[in-house]
Write a protein that binds this ligand. Structure first.
Ligand SMILES: *Cc1c(COP(=O)(O)O)cnc(C)c1O
Length: 353
């Protein structure tokens, strides 16, 4: 893939890394590539960051034929920039595209595009502890037509924004409640893809959770409404009676790169890891008998987000006294050490730009 580079003529001042708000300030450039039926993907280019002009009838606005990814670039102590398992994102992007009838992009082209986007704006990768450059690849259907069918034209883009430290004062456990009204996804639907539509369906529950003083919701499966699926927009893992248990990937759950990395590390450390169905009832029973030792969400943004309080119906349980548990902390330290290049990486997960 040839990537044409058109440099911005004036560069923006870099924002203050101490006051960065996630997703508000974007870098100087963006990656763009077009797809047209008969021509395939073409015109890969880096151009100055700016608006994309679309017809009001463009398909993405009406039928949400769109998927995205999320990963980060990290500044290592030697000044170099690193990516974390970008090929995993490339694969997941392909599987999301297939489900949404969007033409796929070869893994190596996806990774090359991510590298080109970050290289064009390398000066934007912050170097304060805990900071990084968030990378958002996405593809949208651009056919100028209201007919419901797969679009014949698409735009693939990558935009980047610097992000501040997620945890400024240590890892604060969050309060979560079990959502038993709205569901995020069902088997046979798009739950396993990273598509915007999944988020649209999840916003209401998230807003209600905040109104009630919780950070996020614990999603149940959409059919029986009893099995745990995810927490907010993160995967969820539990330590119950010494074992680590996480919902298995049934099709309605997003296969997180952080989830997978946690499971790999845990197995390496000798833990028994179970990927299986787990009911909310089992979880609360374990909490009441003192066997629910730790609970945490996993995702690129927060890496590990410990759960301190779980509420369901009228019940509320505290996990590990509302404090982060030792295993959650070890996972966080190990993963962030590998990502920022401050710890050895025997797995080859962290790759140089
Ligand atoms: C992105 C995402 C995750 C986490 O995936 P990572 O690859 O670990 O960042 C989990 N659940 C949902 C719904 C997501 O969109």
């Amino acid at each position: 893939m040839d990537i044409r580079v058109e440099k911005a003529t004036t560069l923006k001042p870099l924002p203050d890394p101490n006051t960065l708000v996630f997703g508000k300030s974007f870098t100087d450039h963006m990656f763009l590539m077009n797809y047209d039926a008969g021509q395939g993907w073409h015109d890969a280019r880096i151009v100055p960051y700016g608006p994309i002009a679309l017809e009001p009838c463009a398909m993405v606005f009406h039928y949400a034929q769109e998927v995205f990814e999320g990963l980060k670039a990290y500044r290592a102590p030697d000044g170099g920039v690193r990516l974390f398992r970008p090929t995993e994102n490339a694969r997941r992007f392909q599987s999301s595209c297939e489900r949404l009838c969007i033409p796929t992009i070869p893994e190596e082209d996806f990774v090359a595009a991510v590298r080109a986007a970050v290289k064009a704006d390398e000066r934007w990768v912050p170097d304060q502890p805990g900071t990084s450059l968030y990378i958002r690849p996405f593809v949208i259907a651009t056919d100028a037509s209201l007919g419901v069918h797969a679009s014949h034209s698409y735009i693939f883009s990558i935009i980047c924004c610097p992000v501040g430290a997620y945890y400024k004062e240590g890892l604060n456990p969050v309060k979560i409640y079990v959502e038993d009204e709205d569901v995020r996804a069902v088997r046979g639907g798009t739950g396993f893809t990273k598509c915007g539509g999944n988020y649209a369906a999840s916003i209401r529950a998230g807003e209600r959770a905040e109104e009630k003083g919780f950070s996020q919701v614990l999603w149940l499966d959409g059919v029986e409404r009893k099995y745990i699926e995810e927490v907010g927009a993160m995967n969820v893992l539990f330590k119950i009676d010494g074992k680590v248990v996480t919902p298995k990937l049934t099709g309605s759950i997003l296969p997180g790169v952080t989830r997978r990395s946690c499971l790999d590390l845990l197995r390496d450390w000798g833990y028994v890891v179970e990927e299986r169905l787990i009911t909310a009832q089992e979880l609360f029973d374990a909490a009441e008998s003192g066997k629910l030792e730790e609970a945490w969400g996993s995702g690129t943004a927060a890496v590990i987000s410990p759960i301190g309080t779980l509420a369901w119906g009228g019940k509320s349980v505290e996990i590990n006294g509302g404090q982060i548990g030792p295993l959650s902390q070890k996972l966080y330290d190990t993963l962030t050490g590998i990502q920022w290049g401050t710890e050895p990486d025997p797995y080859g997960w962290s790759v140089e730009l």
